[in-house]
Design a protein. Structure first.
Length: 140
């Protein structure tokens, strides 16, 4: 069965995922229909994915730091703190609710500015939820 190029989402701090995006775009022509998705991705991203034989599950803890679960409805924790010593993942919606409640939250056009609940690193949240809730409040 031929495998086609999947849509990739990268979870993590920009300084780590940005080079992966660049490699993906640079090497995408190397995609082979005859190899598995895993083999293809390893070639294109020039890295080896962790395997159960060489890694322990605890290193890949991806629970949201606010609601302590992995799945929130169908959402996975797609935001991470940019502090390399923290790297705490959060659901977008959880982080949005948290930052919105901060006494010193700042917002501009479509962004919220607050701090990571764990390490106080400043976090910038670009958000479609903001425009939704804006529409909502206007509708009230
Ligand atoms: Zn959450
Ligand atoms: Zn943090």
């Amino acid at each position: 069965m031929p495998t086609s190029v999947p849509t990739c989402h990268y979870l993590g701090p920009e300084r780590i995922v940005e080079p992966m995006r660049t490699k993906f775009n640079k090497n995408i022509h190397m995609w082979s229909e005859f190899d598995s998705v895993l083999t293809n991705l390893q070639q294109i991203l020039e890295l080896e994915f962790p395997s159960p034989t060489t890694s322990v599950k605890e290193e890949f803890c991806m629970e949201c730091g606010i609601c302590y679960s992995y799945l929130l409805g169908e959402a996975i924790p797609e935001m991470t703190c940019d502090n390399p010593d923290c790297n705490q993942p959060f659901h977008h919606a959880c982080l949005y609710e948290y930052i919105r409640m901060l006494p010193d939250v700042r917002s501009s056009f479509n962004k919220l500015f607050g701090q990571c609940p764990y390490c106080s690193q400043s976090i910038e949240l670009r958000n479609h939820y903001i425009s939704y809730s804006f529409v909502w409040y206007v509708g009230l």
